[in-house]
Design a binder for this molecule. Sequence first.
Ligand code: WTA
Length: 661
Amino acid sequence: MSAEIEIESVLVENRVFPPFENLVKHANISGMDAYRALCDEADRDPEAFWARLGRENLVWAKPFTQALDESQAPFFHWYADGEMNVSANCLDRHLNTPVADKTAIIFESDDGKVEHVTYKQLHARVCEFANGIKALGYKAGQRAVIYMPMSIEAVVAMQACARLGIIHSVVFGGFSSKSLHERIVDVEAVLVITADEQVRGGKKIPLKPAVDEAIGFGGCESVSKVIVYRRTGTPVSWAEGRDLWMHEVCAGQAQTCEPVALSGEHPLFILYTSGSTGKPKGVQHSTAGYLLWSLMTMKWTFDAKDDDVYWCTADVGWVTGHTYITYGPLAAGLTQVVFEGVPTYPDAGRFWDMIQRHKVTVFYTAPTAIRSLIKLAESTPAVHPREYDLRSLRILGSVGEPINPEAWMWYYKQVGGERCPVLDTWWQTETGAHMITPLPGATPLKPGSCTLPLPGIAAAVVDETGEEVERGKGGFLVIKRPWPSMVRTIWGDPERFKKSYFPPELKGWYLAGDGAQRDSDGYFWIMGRIDDVLNVSGHRLGTMEVESVLVAHELVAEAAVVGRPDETTGEALVAFVVLKRPLPQGDEAVAIAKQLRDWVGKEIGPIAKPKDIRFGENLPKTRSGKIMRRLLRVVAKGEEITQDVSTLENPAILQQLSQSV
Ligand code: WTA
């Protein structure tokens, strides 16, 4: 944990928006009293609260007798002696109800083709694929890596794994073959499920070749099959005996498949995310606790109703896509939109057009998307949301990064027509589902605040010694009690799990890694990471990760990466680089910067490419040789240096580093 909290955005925001009467009236949590009653119930006897929710909301093959087992804290176990299956809880539970014939997924492809799949049909497709995987000999506890485009097939693949107890690890399609390789090796995957290509913004982007490359790097002997979903039909190279088409794996399989009854603690998935040091960590989630909170937050945060048309624009490669596309909405029996493409293709009105055509009622997206669409809408009137009929909307959500009050207001007014609450949901890959968020039928909103914790979530802001800080003062965001959907461990590295999330000075509380403060109403204001993790377009990136890739390049001697606030992407990466050769100038500097950017793209993925690369003969260091990152952050922002630089070994270097290539 970093000793000092360096937080700049002290938001002063006085506007308060009370909940809308029509939402309050029908809300699943109606009014602040109902919210407080649930909080009180949870505070009085947390275990009884979670036991009640578990019993009432999940379908059990064998009921649990104990909700929480703390004997191995911080490795908390939930519902461990109960047995259930996540896929059965998302699909089978609806089969003998009116939901069976309801549309589960409205899929829209990049080029605008629409396909509807009912719950019954989705169940059949998941069963076929699960049977196909089973026929290949795979079974519960083994790991499958999924590297797929946004598609019904990706949801089917995840659900089929869940049905068999195969632990999936989805790798975002924007990650490079190197990143993919790292994850295949780390989870010792037996199976990789991919597609020939993905299509985004009118462009075809290969996926299968990246899998071939990843496996070709070596060390992937555990992988016995690669199953390929044919998305575009572009020819791909084929390893006979290893590669199989998804449609052939499914062909002739029965449309029912007995879901495997698993312990509530059986790992459901591993999802890699960036930490402050070293390699990305494999965040491991469970079966029952994870699904319970995914479902509860659908009911509470999104106020899930039978006639909703829900749309979460995330990719299944991120936790938001896991919880709020593949699992939560299906468990809740909702109709949801799944979208293959990007918000700006064929034009920046795509989101609004889709909301209008599919009559979306609940819309969940990221501040980065909103900020980029604001710019485009304000410059091109034809793609402004006011040109579309968005009256179907009732709830708007935001996720992944702080939403600045200006973007919040625009979203609220221009998209929501001042009729829909904007829910700023704070959570993380590690928390599994929402933690601090407004409730649409209860919480008065303040633009820029994620407001109050959900019932059962014991969030607090503390100092280094674990003392709660005064209102209005910044500190570390912690969660003082375990909750069912919390990260169980870091795959293969339990020590790192303990060290990252449960530092000894914090009395066994979960340390989120975010700075926060509470205002006089107790509202939480997230103030950014306290570690070296950056948030670029809502994607988490470790500065160390990018630095180690840069120094692995043959031209680079040393590198430091910091974040800089960015109007559109929230934060942008700025890399300070010392080359093994003389300082490049002009075109040469431009060419080397491009080379380094491409290198990072190849090693990690395009999202990790630094926006700005600066060359210098050295980096600013203290006399003891420590890189002064704080100073680099100031330089990156182009601000005047007001700090004392007398401890710097070579102050002149700052001048060099302030020049962009
Ligand atoms: C940030 C995404 C402010 C935060 C679900 C957190 C937020 C990290 C918000 C987790 C929000 C997420 N307001 N910051 N509403 N939501 N964050 O694991 O820094 O990709 O720690 O999970 O994103 O990112 P992750």
